[in-house]
Write a protein that binds this ligand. Structure first.
Ligand SMILES: NC(=O)c1ccc[n+]([C@@H]2O[C@H](COP(=O)([O-])OP(=O)(O)OC[C@H]3O[C@@H](n4cnc5c(N)ncnc54)[C@H](O)[C@@H]3O)[C@@H](O)[C@H]2O)c1
Length: 361
């Protein structure tokens, strides 16, 4: 028999990913629900974070992802100045195959059993319509559709926030916050990337895009004939004359090869967990590439779902997302004072806010 202390419990209590307040394993055999809800911290308020529905290779992978993602949410929410801690849930399985109303309701009951310590929302594999169903079983649900009483698609404000972070990065790097005349390369023109293209064109930037999906690229180039497309992210990061690289697809975009070959002087994009491994932030700094920390600039979406809990107001939330400009500048300033890369400076600020809230600072 496997000793559980070699696996999940060890990860929770002893590993570098540990330190979580609570991890809940949920099962509903009738619907096939298998889920992990991880609460990293409730120091700043009820844990808030989305539900990832994904066909994990193993149950251990699912737990590891829930631990990692919920920890990331603590930092993102603290940095965004929200009265929320960090949490995240994963549902194990292929949503195309097993997602049913019965399963989502069972999931809602599982979240509700935490009595408000965790507030759920959308993530990869879950959509606003799914949250409408979850909300029928659980009042601690956000990220719902406008028809379901929610704020709808969060990518509009996520893209707006990333654009603010990019303006701040331009100011730090080149002394002016406009992207006019700069060449910005976006890898991944899905929900967020597509809106980012619009902001950049309006600001006078030259935009170059790539995506693994030809239809996603075609949609952009048909709508905006000025936008150029290149074949793949490798070509984009090596493009001569690139000023800003915006990873807007999946995590791990900044690996050793990319950092070595990148022609841009600034990285600022929407993707979560861009740094492929610890130490990449230092390699970027050594090459004099300014990195705007991902969770700082992509917080517009979580600001929106948090706002929805108070009754969504688009203009109020847009004003909150606009603060990402100042926050990003503050982090660059702190990084210079402390002599550390911006990613480390951001982590320190978020950790201090959590420690102050628990009186352990
Ligand atoms: N939607 C939000 O509000 C939000 C909020 C915070 C962070 N994010 C993060 O931003 C990123 C984009 O989110 P989204 O909502 O636009 O997702 P999306 O699925 O709508 O778009 C992602 C796009 O990336 C493309 N893609 C996938 N792999 C690629 C690759 N290897 N190279 C190039 N393109 C690739 C996909 O084809 C797709 O068009 C994700 O990492 C997400 O976690 C999104």
């Amino acid at each position: 028999m496997t000793d559980v202390t070699d696996g999940v419990l060890h990860t929770l209590f002893h590993s570098a990913q540990g330190g979580h307040e609570q991890v809940v394993l949920c099962q509903d055999r009738a619907s096939g629900l298998k889920a992990v809800i991880a609460l990293h911290s409730t120091a700043l308020g009820p844990a808030l974070g989305g539900t990832r529905f994904y066909p994990y290779a193993s149950e251990d992978d699912a737990v590891a992802d829930a631990l990692n993602l919920s920890r990331g949410m603590s930092y993102k929410n603290a940095m965004a100045g929200l009265r929320h801690g960090g949490g995240k849930a994963v549902i194990i399985g292929d949503p195309e195959q097993i997602k049913t109303e019965q399963l989502l309701l069972a999931y809602g009951r599982a979240v509700a059993s935490l009595g408000g310590r965790y507030v759920t929302a959308c993530d990869v594999g879950t959509y606003v319509q799914d949250m409408d169903v979850v909300a029928r079983a659980c009042r601690w649900t956000t990220g719902r559709s406008p028809e379901g009483g929610g704020a709808g698609d969060s990518s509009v404000l996520t893209a707006f926030g990333v654009f603010q972070g990019m303006r701040a990065s331009a100011r730090e790097k080149w002394g002016e916050s406009s992207l006019r005349g700069r060449t910005v390369g976006i890898s991944g023109v899905g929900k967020v990337g597509r809106h980012l293209v619009g902001h950049l064109l309006e600001d006078g930037a030259d935009v170059v895009v790539t995506d693994v999906r030809a239809d996603a690229v075609a949609r952009i180039t048909e709508q905006h004939p000025r936008v150029r497309a290149v074949d793949g992210t490798d070509a984009l990061v090596r493009l001569a004359g690139l000023d800003v690289y915006a990873p807007c697809a999946l995590g791990g975009a900044l690996d050793d090869a990319t950092v070595r070959d990148l022609t841009a002087g600034v990285v600022c994009g929407a993707a979560n967990n861009q740094l492929a491994h610890p130490g990449v932030e230092k390699d970027l700094a050594d090459r004099d590439i300014l990195y705007a920390p991902d969770y700082v600039v992509n917080a517009g979406g979580v600001m929106q779902v948090a706002d929805e809990l108070d009754g969504f107001d688009f203009e109020r939330c847009r004003a909150k997302a606009a603060t990402i400009y100042d926050t990003t500048l503050e982090i660059f300033a702190r990084a210079k004072i402390d002599g550390v890369p911006p990613a480390a400076a951001a982590d320190r600020i978020a950790e201090l806010r959590m420690a102050e809230a628990t009186g352990s600072a």
